[in-house]
Design a protein around this ligand. Sequence first.
Ligand SMILES: [Mn+2]
Length: 328
Amino acid sequence: MQKTHIEQIAQIIEQNQRFVLTTHANPDGDGIGSEMALFHYLRNKGKDVTVLNVDRSPENLQFLEKDYPITIFQKPVHSQLIEQADIIFVLDISDWKRLRELGEVILETAAETVCIDHHILEEPFANKDYIFASASSTGELIYDLLSGLGADLNIEICEAILTAVIADTGCFRFSNTSPKVFQIAAEMQARGADRVMIYQQLYESQGLPRIRLLARVLNNLRLDCNGKIAWMEISQKMLKQTGSSIKDTEGLSDFPRRIQGVEIALLFMELPDGKVKISFRSKGRIVINKLAAKFMGGGHAFAAGAAVDGALADVRDDVLFHARYLFE
Ligand SMILES: [Mn+2]
């Protein structure tokens, strides 16, 4: 984020009083961390600010909101709040549809929408877009913004930003882990953010149903294309039998990349509404968002997603058929 962008957003913040912050459905560490960092900044400036999400945070991220719980959107209850807002910050969104009904309500209001994101957007939807695909995370952009604004980076803000950066870089493992990511992490830790606590919250506080589901899913992992493609699937039945839910599937798609020789990993997940959600992950040599686009999806070059109508087995066969062309 450049100085001119920071100055523009500074003006938006100075000239307005009522703010609503939101992120995508099934919010992740980057979305929630970015929201909470910006929330604390605005709150400390004496602004009226509400963090309003369509889904509850996963349990392991709720430490970020322990003193200031995030509001869960209910149309009849919160329409007025949105109508009266001056500015709605939409963070880490990538696709307007991921706001579900909240997105429709926002579009009907006079409030100005400001999107801050590191996902390339298929079509812009906010009044003002600050999209920087080169950033590791939205948390990195919030860091740029707040440090550019000369904010007092207190411990709440630092832990929120560090959580966002850790979550979206897979704890500094993924290809988006730039030197700047380490600089931000170092600064956040130096300012008091508890890196060990965050790590334990993110990676060492999972429920048993998720681990049971992982065991089931890995047990059925298959290789294709001479071991270059690894794929897994999750049916509704598997969720039921392990007592797990969709939330417990977060991050599972990263697992097959650990296999030597595998270049891309695909996860097929049967949704309750007759759709199949597909996660595309690449080790960094094969670009996979074009494959995702074939199935009306999108995302980054090496991490993308899609959701299509159809039976699990049919969708899987169809995607595998097209995925094999990536290696010709
Ligand atoms: Mn993100």
